[in-house]
Design a protein around this ligand. Sequence first.
Ligand SMILES: [Zn+2]
Length: 411
Amino acid sequence: MNCCLIESRKVCVMDVHEDPNMPADAVEIRLVSPRPPRVGKGKRLWKKMKYQLVEYHSLPGFLRDNEYILGHYRSEWPMKQILLSIFSIHNETLNVWTHLIGFFIFLSLTIYTAMKVPKVVDLEALQQISDVLKKADLHKLQSEILTCLPSLPNMPDLQKLREELKTTIPSMDLISSLSSWHVMEHLYNCLPELLSARNHIDAQVLQGMKEPITRWPFFAFLGGAMFCLLASSTCHLLSCHSERVSYIMLRLDYAGIAALIATSFYPPVYYSFMCDPFFCNLYLASITFLGIATILFSLLPMFQRPEFRKIRASLFFGMGMSGVAPIIHKLILFWQQPEALHTTLYEILMGVLYGVGALIYAARIPERWMPGKFDIAGHSHQLFHVLVVAGAFTHYQAGLVYLKWRDQYGC
Ligand SMILES: [Zn+2]
């Protein structure tokens, strides 16, 4: 119980449900002065008193989750104070920020992937063609390219490219100016006949410069990861407002987890089975159905009840484990392909990170060993959050390997 003098009156702040042994005078004082003073220093002091952090035993039932975190709880604060609390220290601060920083990491990765990855994955091929051109008779090659171009009358950049070719080929600036993939594809279709007669390797290099394969499965995963991280961060920030808000936020959190698990399947399944539409569609449809079913099930009120905790965990675990089937299938089909092994190693690492995270979360380690010592920093949920971001980042790395593999070799 906290008391102070405000405008010459003693005010004690403590809800009746907090402590059944509360002295009677405290109740009386609260009834005498139930509202905050409206002006000046008294009002500021009232706010400071009212929105201070409370201990576990003072929490209403819907906020009681981890009895090993003893203090630093926000309880039923107004929305404005809750939003501002993102910049103050309490036991959810690091839960909010670990996933908010994770969200910004994945936002940056999405922008980076959209802008850079097609060029990055083909950097090797560009280097190779540069070597080919260095070895070739440049003036002869220039005339060959220029005779090749008139067969492409509808190419939008044709005139610009022709002008560039006339001036830049001798200085080898051509490579950096060829930023457009459709230009490269036209050149690829046009040139091999001329080049292959002279040098078979030249044509092979040009074949490697095909347009990159579709990115939508990779962006679906990045979108799922960003949604999950932002939903989780929002849930941790706002849930303490009221039972109603907590109910909505937890559903959003579950939906985010289901979305992350489901969309994590898209890159491995699509890029592993893109040449076998039956299995590609079968695996994608199965995980999408499972993801939507989990999200819908998690919206049911009974899903929240403590006795459903195990069913909840089993559903998410089952979704994750269903990824084993396409991974084993991929290894059977491509066991000689280094990229298949490389991506599987990333997928195993991701499984380990998520698995260890889930164990720490369920066992409430380390706070169960020293209750109250990890309230602000180091408790299980924060470790779980960091491991989730690390697992998703590992999956991003695996996705880059898939892209490079399929960009280079196609089906
Ligand atoms: Zn969380």
